[in-house]
Design a protein around this ligand. Sequence first.
Ligand SMILES: Cc1cc2nc3c(=O)[nH]c(=O)nc-3n(C[C@H](O)[C@H](O)[C@H](O)COP(=O)(O)O)c2cc1C
Length: 179
Amino acid sequence: MKECIEAIENRRSIRKFKSKQVSKSDINILLHSAQMAPSAGNLQAREFIVVSSEEGKEKLARAALKQEFLREAPVTIVVCANLKRSEMRYRARSALYAIQDATASVMNILLAAYSLGLGTCWMGAFDEKEVSSLLGLPEHVRPIALVVVGYPDEAPTAPPRLDEKIEHWEKWTSQSIDD
Ligand SMILES: Cc1cc2nc3c(=O)[nH]c(=O)nc-3n(C[C@H](O)[C@H](O)[C@H](O)COP(=O)(O)O)c2cc1C
């Protein structure tokens, strides 16, 4: 319990990595942690693609709007939503569920990586068509997040949170900060 809260508090997005490789067994722990995340109806409408080749990472970095730090990290896990698997049971909300299945697993990867001494960054800024094409994804599989993984070479402080400004009790009680 204490360790979980500590990980939630101290995990940071890492954008500078050491050259040290991530072991296959650690990658397996991350993938297993991803799979243990909740999912709508336990359909697990998500898929994981591990990219570690120099060529693969270079192409991914280009598709991620030239966020070059992706290339520095030894591994990127591309977390995808499988829309077809969700549609087999759900209708109007199926896409939303598949996306939530995928994002819940992203969070597990980030926290499991932190516990292993690894750094991660959740990357959402990328050209979806380009990523889909270079990974050969079928139409019903959408890349949701690129999660870069490696040994951290920086220790950033936490960017500030909005705290009570976005907390509401019982119902919407005050003006939104965006109004
Ligand atoms: C949906 C989403 C998309 C993100 N996309 C990127 C991204 O493309 N590049 C990047 O460097 N960080 C990205 N981030 C990381 C955020 O910038 C980071 O989580 C935020 O600044 C808070 O910092 P922290 O993770 O250290 O607490 C993304 C995070 C989320 C949840």
